[in-house]
Design a protein around this ligand. Sequence first.
Ligand code: SF4
Length: 226
Amino acid sequence: MEEIRYSINEIFASVQGEGLLAGTPAVFVRLQGCPVHCPWCDTKYSWKEDGSGTAKIPLSEVLVKDSRPRSADATLDELVNLILERWPRIPLVVITGGEPAEQPIRPLTERLIAAGKRVSLETSGFLEIDVAPETFVTVSPKITVPGGRVLDSALERADEVKMVIGDESDLAALDAITDKIPESTPISLQPLSMEESAASLCFRTAVERGGRYRVSVQLHKVLRVR
Ligand code: SF4
């Protein structure tokens, strides 16, 4: 059987700053590659193609924050062992990207959960989601960018839908897919770049609609920490 391998941009420990799990200490595993290419993306270095090429680095170097397009390859065993040995006390592992669903993430989620970690996946919902059932899935639809889409199956699987809201057009885009989101799934409105007008629109909308709507702030930007 072919060995499972991952292409990884960076791994670091921090605190989950967004969404329903905000405030939880977490190991972030940023997988390399994203087919969506949002203009506002703040992790463009996790794309495979940004015009500058993607350098191959040893696995140990993904532990150093760099913000350049680069990646290390690791087997499933190497990746799981690294996380468990380096951060034994951190309860949550966030698998993010890029678009992590491009890679075979189900075995990774299964192994981490079997080892006692809580696992969260952050995805745009652009691709099918195949993860262990216990995985907490946040779908952040990128439907306003050219070529953007979110699969119905991703919205059905989501434990949380987190929509970045810059103005009313983003709210309208969200409303166009809301009937695909199960009624029990929370919807987090996240102000684009924490701009004041976007924040006030998110607050107003959450208060007017109530129910499952909530506001997600980016703690790191508010508190100015990484
Ligand atoms: S889906 Fe996420 S990682 Fe991909 S381009 Fe958009 S914001 Fe960036």
